[in-house]
Design a protein around this ligand. Structure first.
Ligand code: CDM
Ligand code: ATP
Length: 302
């Protein structure tokens, strides 16, 4: 198919934290049913898509070990899937600037896939309905649909069946990223070895989102994968302890980890906690960053 194409488009896409991650038993398709409360935070990747030579070329704007630059990159896979869907031979260059930690439990690759779908839709003037983009996103990965939508949402099934959760409150976070990533399948496999069969109920976190008091949310934060992540990376116990000592209301492993997310009462105290954590120099922590949520999902930059 021949398409009219713009010169270049740029998309910003956020990371996620799971405010609640309830995990059920392993399904026949080797995924787990989850009850996830997703929360998009202001740590972003930027993806630019521009016309290029035939094929899909990917350029990382800063070198990143662990991020593939071939067709296995989730952004390249998303562009290919979109092109196949509308019967286009792609001829594009993807430029990726990563602000989301790699293999950090913050859905960085998923974010790039969502950004690539939005960028391809715009570059090729497709104007696909949101349901089509959502369906393509779900085929790319369980966290990809949420990266398209952003905000706060309950995710059921593999995490791809989304119900938006609306509330007026901004939350303040300190994120301690790790020097070394954790593999999501490895954390789920460790969870299976634990033999747990009942997923935690997300009701308390959903209720706490409607409460202006951040202590309510702090008390409700839950991650059924946390013990598995801690068993694979025992040093995270020390990170969680250091965040609490630095003044966080609560600390939690983000998704499959190893990033730890700490809830702060307000922006000033988030900065203060971040500074104290930096000074503490906890082993294994590569960076400490402040973020807020929720923020919107993958969106074109003006
Ligand atoms: C841990 C979370 O980030 C929480 O939001 C997600 O559940 C993981 O989502 P994701 O990285 O998009 O995962 P996918 O790319 O769909 O799947 C990668 C692997 O994670 C495991 N996986 C993922 C999602 C799910 N509901 N159950 C699983 O068991 C499976 O081993 C799967 O092969
Ligand atoms: N665009 C991408 N950015 C980062 N990693 C990618 C990308 N495409 C593919 N990958 C591969 O995916 C692996 C997981 O990276 P990612 O940053 O998505 O992990 P994650 O944030 O822990 O995922 P999640 O929270 O969704 O489980 C990486 O180790 C890398 O091999």
């Amino acid at each position: 198919m021949t398409v009219s194409s713009r010169s270049a488009v740029r998309v910003r896409v956020p990371a996620k934290i799971n405010l609640h991650l309830g995990v059920g038993p392993l399904r026949d398709d080797n995924f787990h049913d989850v009850a996830s409360v997703f929360h998009a935070v202001s740590l972003v990747d930027e993806l630019t898509l521009e016309p290029g030579p035939p094929g899909i070329r990917l350029i990382l704007e800063q070198p990143h070990t662990g991020v593939p630059v071939d067709r296995t990159n989730l952004a390249a896979r998303a562009v290919q899937m979109l092109a196949d869907h509308v019967n286009i031979e792609p001829a594009v260059t993807i430029r990726l600037r990563k602000g989301i930690p790699v293999a950090g439990g913050m859905a960085g690759g998923s974010a790039d896939a969502a950004a690539a779908l939005v960028a391809g839709d715009a570059l090729w003037n497709l104007a696909l309905p949101p349901e089509t983009l959502h369906a393509l996103a779900a085929r790319l990965g369980s966290d990809v649909p949420f990266a398209l939508h952003g905000g706060d949402a309950l995710g059921l099934g593999r995490g791809e069946q989304l119900t938006p959760l609306t509330h007026p409150y901004r939350r303040h976070w300190v994120l301690a990223t790790a020097r070394e990533g954790l593999s999501t399948p490895a954390v789920y496999a460790e969870f299976d070895r634990g033999g747990r069969t009942t997923a935690s109920d997300p009701a308390a976190v959903i209720k706490a989102l409607d409460d202006p008091d951040p202590n309510a949310l702090a008390d409700a934060l839950t991650n059924d994968l946390q013990d598995a992540a801690l068993s694979l990376r025992p040093g995270l116990q020390q990170v969680l302890k250091a965040g609490k000592q630095a003044g966080a209301l609560q600390g939690i492993v983000s998704g499959s980890g190893p990033t730890c997310a700490f809830l702060a009462p307000d922006p000033e105290r988030a900065e203060h906690i971040a500074n104290r954590l930096r000074i503490a120099e906890v082993p294994g922590v590569s960076a400490v960053r402040v973020a807020h949520g929720s923020v919107e999902g993958a969106r074109l930059c003006p």
